[in-house]
Design a protein around this ligand. Sequence first.
Ligand SMILES: C[S@@+](CC[C@H](N)C(=O)[O-])C[C@H]1O[C@@H](n2cnc3c(N)ncnc32)[C@H](O)[C@@H]1O
Length: 245
Amino acid sequence: MTLKDVQKTYEVYGKEDPLYAVLSRKDAKDNKWDADEFFATGRDEIADAMNHLARLGLEVNKGRAMDFGCGVGRLTQALCEEFGEAVGIDISYSMIENAEKYNKFGDRCEFRVNTTDDLAQLDDASFDFVYSNISLQHSPPEASSKYIAEFFRVLRPGGVALFQVPSGPRHEPGSFGAKIYAIKRGPLRRFWKRIRGMPPVEIHYVNQSLVEEIIKASGGRLIDATQRGSVRGSRVSMLYCAIRE
Ligand SMILES: C[S@@+](CC[C@H](N)C(=O)[O-])C[C@H]1O[C@@H](n2cnc3c(N)ncnc32)[C@H](O)[C@@H]1O
């Protein structure tokens, strides 16, 4: 699946069932999420994130935050309650349209579409905090690796990145393992989903040691890597916290 395919999928979801596409709670399918309840989950998540930073002994400047893969702004709006400004970035125009519709923070909460595998539209050293949850995993690993590097370019020195991405076996580009991975995660999974009548959302991983190398090579210092949730096959969800040096 290319980034174009990811965008296409989320353009459809953003039009048809945007809140369910973000948080797939069974009883909320077919536009049955109560919007207040939905956005409350974002405030709880960001409160947890702030507690996590406090437990790690980190103090974040509360100026400007970025929410990568923001969807309808569930977490971007919650970040606005903590930070002076928040910018939500998403690959899907329809998701961003919804985010703007739900926005209660006016100009303090900005939403932008980004369809490339970098964040070139964002200036160097322009954020104090970068947050991302359940979003990097939908892009091909080459793209999510680039986004992670970009997080450290757009952070100011002393800024903090807190992001989730699943980990799994490491595949060197071009290796036999990488080829098998591409087939298993790509066409096979899409076919399996289609015959079950489900849209082709893919979940990818980036091996933990690779994430740690990217952080270091991009001027970051890893503070913490914590396992989140259950292990699925060879995959485990990880939450990384790193400072821009
Ligand atoms: C499951 S939703 C999560 C939204 C948000 N992080 C939240 O938890 O409320 C995944 C979002 O990531 C976005 N996304 C997927 N790939 C992306 C990419 N390469 N760049 C930006 N956004 C992306 C999708 O459009 C979708 O809105």
